[in-house]
Design a protein around this ligand. Sequence first.
Ligand code: HSE
Length: 306
Amino acid sequence: MKKITVHSPGTVANLVCGFDILGLALKEPYDIMEVTLTDQPGIIIHNRDEYNLPTDPDKNVAGVVFKVALEQAGSSQGFEVVMEKRIKPGSGIGSSAASAAGAAVAANHLLGNIFSRDELVQLAMHGEKLAAGVKHADNIAPCILGGISLIRSIHPLDILSIPAPDLWVTVVHPQVEVRTSDARQILRQQVLLKDAIRQWGNIAGLVTGFFTNDLQLIGRSLEDVIIEPVRSILIPGFDEVKTTCLAAGALGGGISGSGPSIFMLSEHQHTAQKVEAAMQAVYERLGIAYHTYVTTISKTGVTIIE
Ligand code: HSE
């Protein structure tokens, strides 16, 4: 029996203007998964956290990925998994992606590294589909690869790694429920050409800023005229968080994934801490429970610890 532990990080999808096409990996928080390849067929899941996620492999994001991995490998073996989720489900920082990507990387390692990078992403997307109802890779790709990922296309899969500047990331998770499936359903299916043009400019500016380490360009490109105006209504205090964080010195930021978490990028740790205090002040005043993280961009993604 072979056993490994993986650390699977949280991720910030969309990066404000890049709906479904940009994402970055966080250094913290991360899930811990202990995975054993067993001679018995089937998937056994144990939860070592408070979230009571389903242990039926067909209803569990990681379970689905382990199952597809075994099928694709033509293996008659099984997996026993202990899941310790530290990324709260429904937080908007890629909790389901961490389960899916962690499962894909663990299964691949234990089955003898049979999957390519793109096959790993495809494998993990089976789990994301169970969670969100659609396959999107903007959490999965950075979770597996680390740093910043650009999903140029899903069909066919075309993923590019973008250089990640040494920036600080502050995240606040107000404890309100926003389901990714709901947050996708409320989006308009058509956009105005003038909005599309502004968004294209921002995406191109953001990617250029990452390549050239131009922090001011990154900051002014963190603008979303299509998704944020609709989704921000679901997040109490959103506008105030944004205004006060920018005043505290953040380069920019917005909704993390489909929310309710909000993230901000800063050049220095002390600014990121001031931004955290600004976020805390808003939710203290609103009387909404919250959790904050001050962290950096993880350059590594899912890590295997033998
Ligand atoms: N791109 C996805 C969305 C990410 O915004 O719906 C969900 O975490």
